[in-house]
Design a protein around this ligand. Structure first.
Ligand code: XBP
Ligand code: MG
Length: 256
């Protein structure tokens, strides 16, 4: 029987609800600063989330929702400049403590560390953004919690491609059955499943209607003692919050 050795976490939407009140706001601030009249509403942003990666999302917006925009000759540089400004606005916003971790995240990270599980991050967002979120939620030594932080442009293709998960498994010298992945979105689970990873999904307001047929389980949150999760798909036995025992249970179900 294969033993559970590592947990691999997505960041945006999974560790924290960063999209609506974090990334979206930062994009809009960058657009305003550049003198653009683009305004990504909560609703439009939900549609734009179909494409992962900030630079890729801006390009998708121009291709699909703002086709009349007079594109500058050097479009790649223009988008890169906007994205750099967006990262600055995002990290400034996060530094105010605007976005907390989702329920159960800090507790589970601590419990998993104590139980000797290896922890990693596999995200589409930039390393600066991961740092901004985790500095202000886990503290200055947050990098010690994770063995590997796989983020941003280090792989050629972003989620739903499995590249960032393949990179993580390769660098930690792990096989997929030794791990569980944590995701919140369709693009996320497409990436984990293409890397053969069993996946625990916690949905959020942008992703609760996404298809998660291949998830090991779908929950509304990780839950806390006294503040149980709701199971949206799958079996949780008698557990009502996610702890290491529950993860081992889930892992046994995935690899009987
Ligand atoms: C989240 C994303 C990111 C952020 C923006 O991916 O799709 O694109 O919205 O981040 P994940 P950047 O859930 O895999 O972390 O602007 O830094 O690309
Ligand atoms: Mg996500």
């Amino acid at each position: 029987m294969v033993e559970l050795q590592a947990l691999i976490f997505d960041v945006d939407g999974t560790l924290a609800d960063t999209e609506r009140d974090g990334h979206r706001v930062a994009f809009n601030r960058a657009f305003a600063e550049a003198g653009l009249d683009w305004d990504w509403s909560v609703e439009l942003y939900g549609k734009l989330l179909a494409v992962t990666g900030g630079k890729e999302r801006i390009r998708h917006y121009l291709d699909t929702y703002n086709t009349d925009f007079q594109r500058p000759a050097k479009l790649d540089e223009f988008i890169a400049g906007l994205h750099k400004a967006k990262t600055r606005h995002y990290t400034e916003l996060l530094a105010t403590g605007a976005i907390p971790l989702r329920p159960g995240v800090k507790r589970l990270l601590e419990e998993a560390s104590e139980a000797g599980l290896r922890l990693a991050i596999a995200t589409t967002t930039t390393p600066e953004n991961v740092d901004a979120l985790l500095q202000h939620t886990l503290g200055a030594n947050w990098q010690q919690v994770f063995e590997l932080i796989a983020a941003g442009d280090i792989v050629p293709a972003k989620k739903p491609a499995p590249d960032i998960y393949h990179y993580t498994l390769e660098h930690m010298q792990l096989t997929a059955p030794q791990c569980l992945a944590f995701e919140d979105s369709e693009n996320g689970i497409l990436a984990t499943r293409a890397a053969d990873l069993a996946t625990l999904v916690t949905v959020n307001s942008y992703t609760h209607d996404h298809p998660f047929a291949e998830a090991a389980i779908v929950l509304d949150s990780l839950g806390e003692p006294g503040a149980p999760f709701t199971v949206l798909q799958g079996q949780a036995d008698s557990f009502d919050y996610v702890n290491v025992e529950f993860l081992k249970y889930l892992h046994r179900q995935a690899y009987p």
